[in-house]
Design a protein around this ligand. Structure first.
Ligand SMILES: CC(=O)SCCNC(=O)CCNC(=O)[C@H](O)C(C)(C)COP(=O)(O)OP(=O)(O)OC[C@H]1O[C@@H](n2cnc3c(N)ncnc32)[C@H](O)[C@@H]1OP(=O)(O)O
Ligand SMILES: CC(C)C(=O)C(=O)O
Ligand SMILES: [Mg+2]
Length: 514
């Protein structure tokens, strides 16, 4: 197989992205994101790690059943049980890939796997042999590749290609690499391995030193890789992975330098970014490249003057090309169903049925009565609330009254349902949010610990909705609850109950003994 100039975009938001503490997603949320990734026309969607849990298995299977254009992939360790589980989850997919990996660095082999290099070599080859029985699209990753010995890598990679691996993914698992060295290593590996041209070479970089995008691009330009693994908004384990929007727009904007072809529909980038941020509760920083709120905003007079005379003076990309709307219909309380449905479509939101659209439209009208202009972020929040209401809703917010006055102890009364029964509880606390949590806990007694609380204004002005993310932890499980409302204490109550629902939910990720 020769490397052409086509750059394959492999998205791992649903697998490595989900490895971000607190970013776990439900099956339905994953399917929504997968559909948006398909609209974005990514080549490969890594939908999860089938052997990790029944929830992950089900999510991969659901994605494999609905995605038609992108290849659907599952990660698996280099053993028969994981690979068989991946193959089973991928059965409905028209295009499927099994991605298997094993660590090759001395540190990982000795301390983590407790295996001799010879055993790792044999296990890697055996894994590919077994995976070949299920599909001929097989990817292999030597985990911790950038800290592995080159001679050993050559031997393992030659062996797995000989067994039928069609993609060799070189990971910088701990974000240790620097661009020139990383690119040169891949170039040398490709040069030294006799059958290297039988596989497509790929890069998978982490951002621990903020070099994930630079390393990925060096892997392509210096190393000759033709697949980049990346995630929306750079989500991922620890400091995250290579950001899809950044590599894609770098390759496209500087096509004079990269001279590579991409299949991506870049106009879907912003919708994908907003969807992932909304579902995971991980806000995008305003100065984030491409998808940050300020990425195309100009505040200083000289820049504004230049922009008015010729956009190119201060912009290297067009906002519309990545999906920022230039002009649009303003949605408000006088808008109708058609305008609302049109905006849902533009935001890549597919509601399952007309009933779902009607329910979301009713919430939209309710919100529009309290808020003069409804922004895209409001709609995303509202639809997400709608989707959560279909999940196993053990806890549901009904109403809240709270009182805080300088010099007196804040108090809150929360009405909510638990297991279908309605309760009204009162509590006091250091502040209104603390009082609200104490009120809920009087009845819920969940044992959850609040480990992170963030609040974002999800559109402009003081009448903006507040979007609250509450990260809860219980017995080693971490979940993000998200809630939005123009009243930030109500948003907090919704976020807290949504977190409790996730902790309660059986389909959330657990570590079952399969
Ligand atoms: C770099 C990466 O991102 S790798 C992907 C990381 N993602 C995840 O780990 C998420 C999903 N993981 C899980 O749900 C669980 O870890 C499972 C289901 C895979 C395994 O759970 P458990 O069986 O309880 O094992 P546990 O996680 O405690 O330990 C991992 C085991 O796999 C072994 N292992 C690790 N990597 C590999 C591999 N690539 N191939 C084969 N075995 C491996 C470890 O040596 C360890 O074996 P041991 O139990 O004999 O000591
Ligand atoms: C499974 C592999 C590719 C991985 O995520 C890593 O090494 O970071
Ligand atoms: Mg990774």
């Amino acid at each position: 197989m020769t490397n052409s100039n086509r750059l394959i975009i492999f998205d791992t938001t649903l697998r490595d992205g989900e490895q971000s503490p607190g970013a776990s997603m439900t099956r339905d949320e994953k399917v929504r994101i997968a559909r948006q990734l398909e609209r974005l026309r990514v080549d490969v969607i890594e939908a999860g790690f089938a052997a990790a849990s029944p929830g992950d298995f089900e999510a991969i299977r659901a994605i494999a059943s609905v995605i038609k254009d992108s290849t659907v992939c599952s990660l698996s360790r280099a053993n028969e049980r994981d690979i068989a589980r991946a193959a089973e989850a991928l059965l409905p997919a028209p295009r499927k890939r099994i991605h298997t990996f094993i660590a090759t660095s001395p540190l990982h082999m000795q301390m983590k796997l407790r295996m001799e290099p010879e055993q790792v070599y044999e296990q890697a080859r055996a894994a590919i042999r077994y995976a070949r029985q299920h599909t001929d699209d097989i990817e292999f990753s030597p985990e911790d590749g950038s800290r592995s010995e080159e001679d050993f890598l050559c031997r393992v990679l030659e062996g797995v290609i000989a067994e039928g691996a069609t993609t060799i993914n070189f990971p910088d698992t701990v974000g240790y690499a620097v661009p020139e060295v990383f690119g040169e290593t891949i170039r040398r590996l490709r040069e030294r391995i006799p059958n290297s041209d039988k596989a497509i070479w790929s890069v998978h970089c982490h951002n621990d030193l903020g070099l994930a995008v630079a390393n990925s691009l060096a892997g392509v330009t210096i190393g000759g890789a033709r697949q980049i693994e990346c995630t929306i908004n750079g989500l991922g384990e620890r400091a995250g992975n290579t950001a899809l929007e950044e590599v894609v727009m770098a390759v496209r904007t500087r096509s004079d330098f990269f001279k590579l072809e991409l299949g991506i529909d870049t106009t879907q980038i912003v919708a994908a970014s907003k969807m992932v941020s909304q579902i995971t509760g991980f806000a995008v920083q305003p100065n984030k490249a491409v998808v940050g709120a300020n990425a195309f905003a100009h505040a200083s007079g000289i820049h504004q003057d230049g922009m008015l005379k010729a956009r190119e003076t201060y912009e290297i990309m067009r906002a519309e090309d990545v999906g920022w709307a230039a002009t649009k219909i303003v949605l408000g309380k006088l808008s109708g169903r058609n305008a609302f449905k049109q905006r849902l479509q533009e935001l890549g939101i597919d509601l399952a049925s007309e009933d779902d659209v009607n329910a979301a439209f009713a919430r939209f009208k309710e919100l529009a009565d309290r808020k003069s202009e409804i922004f895209d972020e409001d709609i995303m929040a509202l639809v997400s609330d709608e989707e959560h209401s279909h999940e196993n809703e053990h806890y549901r917010f009904v109403s809240l009254a709270q009182r805080s006055e300088t010099g007196s102890t804040p108090s809150a009364k929360v009405v909510f349902t638990m297991g279908g029964k309605q309760y009204s509880c009162e509590g006091e606390g250091d502040g209104p949010v603390d009082a609200m949590v104490n009120a809920i806990e009087k009845k819920a007694a969940s044992g959850a610990e609040l480990v992170l609380f963030t609040i974002n204004a999800i559109s402009g002005g003081t009448q903006s909705q507040g979007e609250v993310t509450m990260r809860l932890s219980r017995s080693g499980r971490i979940v993000n609850g998200v809630g939005s409302d123009p009243d930030i204490v109500v948003a907090s109550a919704k976020a807290y109950l949504s977190g409790l629902n996730k902790l309660y939910s059986k389909i959330e990720k657990v570590n079952p003994q399969l």
